[in-house]
Ligand binder design. Sequence first.
Ligand SMILES: Cc1cc2nc3c(=O)[nH]c(=O)nc-3n(C[C@H](O)[C@H](O)[C@H](O)COP(=O)(O)OP(=O)(O)OC[C@H]3O[C@@H](n4cnc5c(N)ncnc54)[C@H](O)[C@@H]3O)c2cc1C
Length: 242
Amino acid sequence: MTTGVEETVVIIVGAGPSGLATSACLHQLSIPYIILEREDCIASLFNKKTYNRLHLHLVKNFCQLPHLPFPASFPTYAPIAQFLEYLDDYAAHFKINPRFCNRVKFAKYEDDEEKWKVEAEVGGGGVRRYKGRFLVVATGETSDVFIPEVDGLSEFKGEVIHSTEYKSGEGYENKKVLVVGSGNSGMEIALDLSNYGAKTSIVVRSPVSFSLLLVTYIRASIFYFFYKTFLVHQILEHLKVR
Ligand SMILES: Cc1cc2nc3c(=O)[nH]c(=O)nc-3n(C[C@H](O)[C@H](O)[C@H](O)COP(=O)(O)OP(=O)(O)OC[C@H]3O[C@@H](n4cnc5c(N)ncnc54)[C@H](O)[C@@H]3O)c2cc1C
């Protein structure tokens, strides 16, 4: 079933931290928006696809979202449960109500109308249509599972899981486990397995680079500044021009 078209100023795709932050900034400026999320919860990556021991990998002042700092009681590296609680409070505080189970499948800019036409598949079947002057794609870079082709993997008799299915090292004691990849998840999962007594190895494709804390801090500060100011100002500028 296809429903009628719902119109707004900004359409945001994805209710992860970026989509929530954008929503809050628009809310503060009273700019109407709709936020569409394919899953049934906010921050689906952190809610559904992470492991139990996860603490944020960046210090807390780089992970809090605009207009609502983390509570002072937060430790330097917030545990996942605290971060999720903060995101729930954040959504409630800024009255962010994502349209859940809306998987965006189509987006096209209509030159004649100067509007984006967006279509989303909705849970239970059917398509919902939206129209907006601006489209913000906040679908993340790591929210989709990717398993590269590995020779011999299909014949391997042991258990193979993606990091998004890993919860803890319980049950892996004394087992030989090979972790492939040394990104955020790979490194911490390898440590977790080791702590649970697994015989852990990790395979790394290219040399691991360790940044000095100061360099990381400066890079994160620059990113944070642009993140806070760029997007919403772009929208405001466009609104002013018209
Ligand atoms: C182990 C681990 C530790 C990390 N630690 C940190 C940290 O300490 N600090 C930090 O800042 N970052 C950390 N990150 C990175 C973290 O993933 C990103 O910072 C954060 O999730 C990015 O938010 P996002 O909203 O851009 O994307 P995501 O969180 O990926 O959210 C994207 C959302 O878009 C939705 N979506 C995707 N496609 C569609 C579609 N077609 N239609 C509708 N909805 C869609 C997804 O379901 C998802 O909810 C970590 C990541 C991992 C895996």
